[in-house]
Structures are given as structure tokens and as C-alpha cells.
Ligand binder design. Structure first.
Ligand code: ASP
Length: 300
């Protein structure tokens, strides 16, 4: 039984681990990626089972992926800027009231998505950037680490190889919870070899991250093109006008292509429609509907 004010629905969680090429790494370490994605969805599920809402579920998922040093481009192990430093960004949005929090170009905060949550809860602002954002996160009680902590040998080698192509690994999650609440979260180290100071789509609300009372969206790919096409907000506007989410997702990615970019996105609507779409060769992703086993894709 449900009433219109507090409808009950079976929760749905979608996760992505970045759109990119079918890299050697993805192909040889497919089982590691699969296990990490399975463990990630288990965290989101546990958060919901413990009584958490959609925000708690997406935070649990993204935090777990940020903590993985080896596989994902978020938190420690992020890709490097062209000067060899790490700059991390994250965005979080709650659908019910469109509350949003985001951080850009963090260098010392261990878990950027928690800093985005702190901006959402504890500040009058939507986006904080740079050293002041790290200082804000520290004041909010979030763990700080030396800048070198985030730099891994694997990413130093990748930078030395000189590939500026984005390789995937940005992480994101969207959730529809049992009360009909929606939330989206995305976290990234940006693009390999980016200029220090560059801000991508991930913390840009309405570009890489969006949630309202009808749909939650998390994007990955060529950030500049996602910003120039307002990708996630565009998808949401189409959904609000009655377009099916799959069609709205395809249209958003077509607009990204028109802006010269490729990538992918995940989205879930308040009525439980989903899309997991990409225009790259691969996008790690998971779809879990309460009552079913998670479906996991790694290298396609
Ligand atoms: N969208 C991210 C950025 O441009 C990168 C990615 O998704 O791989 O910062």
C-alpha cells in the first residue's frame, strides 16, 4: 500500500566507474573490476537496509570507490594533472529539494564526496573550490592527507606515457530509495594531463551531476563537452516533459557529441525507469533493483 505523499517503491541503485576505452587494464583485470563493482553495490544496499535514504546510498557507493587506490579515478590513485599533482572534484545532489553540494580541485581531502556532502549540509553555497575548499573540509572534520598521498606510481607511469585520452575510472552513483527519494553523486580526479586549476563537469551541477524530484543523473566522459551541453540538466528537462529516460539519455549524449565529446551516463527516474548509456567503447556499470541480483558490466 502506498499513499501519494510517501509512496513506497522498490529501491534501485545504478553505479558507473567511468566511460572510456577498452583498455589493456580493463581487459586483463576484469575480475578485479567486477569484484570491486559488486562490493560497491553491496555498500549502497547495506546503507539502504540500515534505513538510509538515497543520499546515504550514493554516498556509501562513491566513498567505497574513492577508497579503492588501484582501479578508479577518484580519491587516492586519481589521474594526474600535467604537473604531476592530483586535483579531485565531486558533486552531490538530493532530488527532493534540489539541495546540492560540490567541491573542485581538492588536494588534501581524503574523501572528496564527503566534502561535497559537507558543502550541501553546512554551507550556504553549492560549490567550493581549491585550498579554501580543503580548509572547509578540514573544519568539517574530514580527514586530510599530504598531497603526495594521492599520487600513485601507476598514474605517474600513465602520465609519463603521455596519453591525454580519458581512460575511465571516474565514479558515480544514482539511487531511487524506498520512499521515492532520488540522489546523485559523482567523484573524479578529472582528465589525465589536465591543467592544474581545470574544473570539469563532475562538480558542475547540471552538467555532470543532477537530481530533482523526477530523475537522478551522474555523467562521465569529456567534461568540457558535458558542460557545454548542460548534459544532466538537459536530460532532466526532457524527462520532465514526458520523454522516456532512455531517449532523454541518448539525446543528451548526442548533444555531448555535437559539442565534440564522448562519454556516458546513468539515470533513474521516480517511476523506476533507468538508463545506462555510453558512446565510448566501454563503461563499467551496475544496475541493482531490490529483489534481484545486481547486473554488472565491465569491459563493454
Ligand atoms: N568527466 C570527467 C572530467 O571531465 C572525466 C571522466 O569522466 O573520466 O573531469
Amino acid at each position: 500500500v502506498s499513499d501519494s505523499e510517501h509512496p513506497t517503491s522498490a529501491p534501485i541503485v545504478l553505479i558507473h566507474s567511468g566511460a572510456g576505452g577498452r583498455t589493456e587494464d580493463l581487459l586483463t583485470r576484469g575480475e578485479d573490476y567486477r569484484a570491486a563493482l559488486a562490493a560497491t553495490i553491496a555498500r549502497a544496499r547495506a546503507a539502504l537496509e540500515a534505513g538510509g535514504d538515497a543520499v546515504a546510498a550514493v554516498l556509501a557507493a562513491v566513498t567505497f570507490m574513492e577508497d579503492d587506490v588501484d582501479l578508479f579515478n577518484a580519491g587516492r590513485g586519481s589521474v594526474l594533472c600535467r604537473d604531476g599533482t592530483v586535483e579531485m572534484s565531486a558533486g552531490l545532489m538530493r532530488g527532493a529539494d534540489r539541495a546540492a553540494g560540490a567541491v573542485a580541485n581538492l588536494r588534501t581531502t581524503r574523501r572528496p564526496i564527503h566534502a561535497a556532502q559537507a558543502v550541501l549540509i553546512d554551507s550556504p553555497h553549492v560549490l567550493l573550490a581549491g585550498p579554501a575548499a580543503d580548509a572547509f573540509a578540514e573544519r568539517a572534520g574530514l580527514e586530510q592527507c599530504p598531497v603526495d598521498y594521492f599520487v600513485t606510481e601507476r598514474q605517474q607511469q600513465r602520465l609519463a606515457q603521455g596519453s591525454g585520452d580519458f581512460v575511465g575510472g571516474t565514479v558515480g552513483a544514482v539511487c531511487l530509495d524506498g520512499q521515492g527519494g532520488l540522489a546523485a553523486a559523482t567523484s573524479t580526479g578529472g582528465r589525465p594531463g589536465q591543467w592544474p586549476g581545470r574544473v570539469g563537469d563532475t562538480p558542475s551541477i547540471g552538467a555532470g551531476t543532477w537530481a530533482d524530484d523526477r530523475v537522478a543523473v551522474s555523467c562521465t566522459g569529456d567534461g568540457e563537452a558535458f558542460i557545454r551541453s548542460g548534459a544532466s540538466r538537459r536530460l532532466a528537462l526532457d524527462v520532465s516533459r514526458g520523454t522516456a529516460v532512455e531517449e532523454a539519455g541518448a539525446a543528451a549524449l548526442a548533444d555531448v557529441a555535437a559539442a565534440g565529446g564522448t562519454g556516458g551516463l546513468i539515470a533513474v527516474t521516480s517511476s523506476g525507469e533507468v538508463t545506462l548509456a555510453f558512446t565510448t567503447a566501454a563503461m563499467g556499470r551496475v544496475l541493482w533493483r531490490a529483489g534481484s541480483e545486481p547486473e554488472i558490466w565491465v569491459a563493454d
